[in-house]
Structures are given as C-alpha cells and as structure tokens.
Design a protein around this ligand. Structure first.
Ligand code: GDP
Ligand code: MG
Length: 295
C-alpha cells in the first residue's frame, strides 16, 4: 500500500517551519535566518520513501500586511492551506501566544491539522506542558508533537502522524519524480542562497527591502557563469550592501558561491551588482519583475 499527500506547513514567522522542512526532506529546500519573513513564497520540499511521498509546502509566516509584498506572502499562505491534505501548524516553543489558538481553530474547522511545538532543544519541558494543555482544549487537533529540528527529535513522530491521516492507495500515485526534492528551479535556488547570505550579513532593517534577480545563468561544460542584481530601495542602502571598498558584497558573494557550487556540482563564476528600485515592494510590476509571480 502507498500513501501520497500535500502537507501545508504554516505558523508565525520564525517559528522554525523552513528548518523543519529542510530536516524532514534532508536537503536545503528553503533558506533560514533569524530575521522575520525570510521565506517569501511557497516552496515545496518533497520526501520520497519506498511506500510514500509527502510534499511539504513551506509558506511565508503569518503576519500583518503592511505593503503589497506582504499581501503577496499572505496570499501564498492561504493558497497553501486551500490545496493540501494535512496542515502542520508550527508553534514556536520559545514564543507561544494563546492568540494562536483562534487561528488554529479556523484550520481544524477545514483541514486535518497537526500541531508541532518547535525548538524543544532550547526550552524546558515545563514551558511546553502549559502549551499542550492550552491546545488540548481543541479536540479537533489530530496530534500535538513537541520536536526539535536541530536535535532530530520526534521528527519520525511528525511523519507518522501525517501518514495516519492520509488514505491508503493501491498504486504508487506519486506526483513527483522520486529523485526530485523541490519544485523550484536551480536558478530560483541560486537567488535564494544569495538572499540568505545577504540576510545573514546585513543589519536588521535592510534585508526586508532586498530582492535578488538572477539576470544571467549560463551553463558551460564544467563552469557556470551567473550574474545577479541585488535590488534595494534606496541609494543609501546600496552603499551599505557594497560596503567599504566593496567588502560586504564580496563577502555575500563568496559565501553564496561556495553553497551554489555544492548545489550545482560545478565551478561557479558569480558576479553581483546592486541596483536601486525605489519602493519596489509597493509596485506590482516590480514585485513580479523580481520573481514574485502569482501562480
Ligand atoms: N534552538 C532551535 N532553533 C531553531 C530550530 N529550528 C529553527 N530554529 C531557529 O529559528 C529561527 C527561524 O527559523 P526558520 O526555519 O527560518 O523559521 P520560519 O520563519 O518559521 O521558516 C532561525 O534562527 C533558526 O535557526 C530548532 O530546532 N532549535
Ligand atoms: Mg521560513
């Protein structure tokens, strides 16, 4: 017997969703950072075993909309929930807020929902019991699982609970090739890796206004030439990204290059340029231009 299903991974920003999807899939599907709103659009992470295939849809965190990019991200969350067989709602084990229960209720009313409590490696169990007891009031939650992606704790349990919900199938109706682990192109992954390094190396406020545009991706026999634009909102930001004597942008590029070479398995020549596009997060055409396109 076989099982196949889509699992929507939702929850507040920074809860640990992308880290969990990467751990479950065993590949880096989605970039991770301590900054809010690191994930901007739905990304599929695909886990295939002999008798099941699970497609995790990693989503941007739930948050209030301030601009058009925010609204694009929330639309992504809603569309992820609409099309899935199971929702995996992630609560940040270090930062639970009872207000989340109401949102979880809207989920359990429409989709089979499992709740995961993240980061148990960093918090104490005394902190987790009250979360579990507060959640237990909602009897429609299929399972409540404290877990740690860092310590690989209870991840099997997460998979088992998902499998319990999915119906058995006579034949292997897997929708994706067995060696595929994401729906995104290499080109997209390249942009995301550069954005991750920029998020890690730039100061707090700046990264939210950044986008990456891969303008050239030229694959030769044993080398790939890649040109990217790092797009920012102001001239002042441009000089911060470039840094003194170009140090910052070199640092971003060299860290990204190592990871891109691992991904592609070839030597990479990477050129990064910085371009200012004023207020791009509020201009529909600009949001599309940098790759955030409604499907
Ligand atoms: N201690 C601990 N921290 C984690 C764990 N998983 C994620 N984090 C951290 O939480 C932050 C947000 O993670 P991320 O996966 O990007 O969250 P997302 O916004 O929900 O996708 C990052 O700084 C991660 O390093 C975990 O299992 N244990
Ligand atoms: Mg994320």
């Amino acid at each position: 017997m076989f099982k196949f299903g889509y699992v929507g991974v939702v929850g507040r920003t920074n809860a640990g969703k992308s880290t969990l999807v990467n751990s479950l899939v065993g590949e880096k599907v989605s970039i991770v950072s301590p900054k809010k709103q690191t994930t901007r659009q739905n990304i599929m992470g695909i886990l295939t075993k002999d008798n099941y295939q699970l497609v995790f849809v990693d989503t941007p965190g739930i948050h209030r909309s301030k601009n058009k990019l925010d609204r694009f991200m929330m639309k992504n969350v809603r569309s992820a929930i609409a099309g899935v067989d199971v929702v995996l709602y992630i609560i940040d084990g270090l930062r639970y807020n009872e207000e989340e229960n109401a949102y979880i209720k809207t989920l359990t009313d429409s989709v089979p929902t499992i709740v995961g409590i993240s980061k148990v490696d960093a918090g104490s169990y005394e902190k987790i019991y009250p979360i579990i007891s507060s959640l237990s009031e909602n009897r429609d939650i299929k399972a409540i699982i404290p877990f740690s992606s860092y310590k690989n704790k209870n991840l099997d349990e997460v998979i088992n609970e998902i499998l319990k919900i999915l119906p058995e199938q006579e034949s292997k109706n897997f929708e994706f090739d067995e060696d595929m682990y994401t729906d995104k192109s290499v080109r997209f992954m390249v942009g995301e890796i550069i954005r991750e390094k920029a998020l890690l190396l730039l100061n707090e406020e700046l990264p939210h206004g950044i986008a990456i545009n891969v303008v050239k991706f030229e694959e030769k026999e044993n080398l790939v030439n890649i040109d990217v634009e790092i797009i920012c909102e102001r001239e002042g930001h441009k000089s911060i990204i470039i840094g003194k004597g170009g140090k910052k942008i070199k640092d971003i590029a060299s860290k990204a290059r190592v990871e891109i070479e691992n991904l592609i398995g070839k030597k990479v020549m990477l050129e990064c340029f910085v371009r200012v596009r004023k207020n791009w997060r509020n201009i529909e055409s600009e949001i599309k231009e940098v790759g955030y396109v409604d499907e």
